[in-house]
Design a protein around this ligand. Sequence first.
Ligand SMILES: [Ca+2]
Ligand SMILES: [Ca+2]
Length: 370
Amino acid sequence: MQKNRKRLPIDIVTVLLGSLTLTLLTTPKVQSQESPCSNFWVNPQTGKKECFNQNLSNSTNIRSNSQFHRTRRELNQYHQMGKIRVFYNTSGKHAIDPTDSNQNQVPDQVEDVAKQTWVAYQLFVDTLNFPDPLKTERYQQASWIDVNLVARNIIDHPNGVAYDELQDFKRPIDSLGTTTITFDVATSVDARTNITPAHELFHLIQYGVSYFKNRWYTEGMARWAEKALENGGVGETRYEPNGQWPQPESTRSELFERSYDAEFYLWNPLAKKDDPRGMIPSNAVNSKVKTMTYSNGEKVLKDFRLNGADLIREVLIELGKMDDVAYKELGYSSWSENNQKSQRNNAYIYQAIMDVARRRGHSVSSFTAN
Ligand SMILES: [Ca+2]
Ligand SMILES: [Ca+2]
C-alpha cells in the first residue's frame, strides 16, 4: 500500500485521501460478525471499499456481541465528559443511587465517577505526559473511554475491572463499528471516597502501551498511581529506596508473586528514590482540574504531591519496547491471555525497570532478562 501510494502523483493522492475521509464520514458501514471493521477506505488499486487497518483489528482482537456486551449495552443512560462516557441505569439490578443534589438531571454518583476519571485522564495525559491510550498504536481506532456502572456481583472484583481489548458494544447511540476501551465500576462504589475509577483508568494507560499483564506490574503500579489524585505523594515503602538495585534474588522472586502490594516493595521505593521532592508543578495543571469538586464539595485533586511520575512514565514507555523483545525471545505467536500474564515475562519487565532507573542516573547493577 505504501509503495503504491508513493508511485501516484500528488494530486491523485490528495483526491484519494479526500475520498478516504469522505468514506469514513458518510458511508454506511456494513459489518459482518466474523470480520469486525471500524475503518473503511477505497483501495486505489481495486476501486473498492475495503477494511483499513484490518491487520491491526485482528491483532488487537476486538470483542463484540457476547453476554458481556449485551449486559453493558443495556445500560441505557450515559453522562459524558470529554472522551469519557459513564453508562448507567436508574432501575433494575444495575441501578445506581439516583440522588441528584445539584438538580442537573444527572445522578451525583454518576457525575462523581465521571469527574474522577476525567481528572485522572487529564492529569496523567495532559499534565504528566503519559501516553494517551486513545492515541496509542493499539487503541488508536477507539473513539471513547467507556465506564460501565454495573452490579458488583457480575464482575470478578469487588470494585472495578479494566479490559485490555478493544470493545464494540454496538450501543444504540453509536454508529456501526464504533470501538471503545472500557472499564467497569461496581454500583456500590462512591467515587467521593473510593479511588477505583482513577485506578482503572490508569490500567487503560498501561494496556495502551504494553501487552504485559503481570499483576505485580499492573496492580502494583496502578496503586502507585492512586496517589496522583489522593492526599500525599507516595504510599508506604517496605524496601529501602537506597538499598540494592536490582533487588536480591529472594526479594525479586517474592515480588513476582505479588499483586497490589508490589507497590510497597518496588514502585513506591523507586518513586521515592527517583523523585524525593514529589511535586506536580501547579502551573502545569489546568484550572478546571484544579478546581473540580465532587458532589459533596470536596476537591477531586486533593493535592499536588506525587513522587516518581517521570520514572514511571519512562518505565511504561520502556515496557512498550520490551514487550516486543519478550515476544520474539519467548517465541510467542500471539499476545494470548496466557502470554500476557506469563511468568516468563517477569525478567523482561524487571529489566526494563532497571534499565530506566540506571538511565536516570541511579546506581543499578547489571540485570538482563536472558
Ligand atoms: Ca447531579
Ligand atoms: Ca497526591
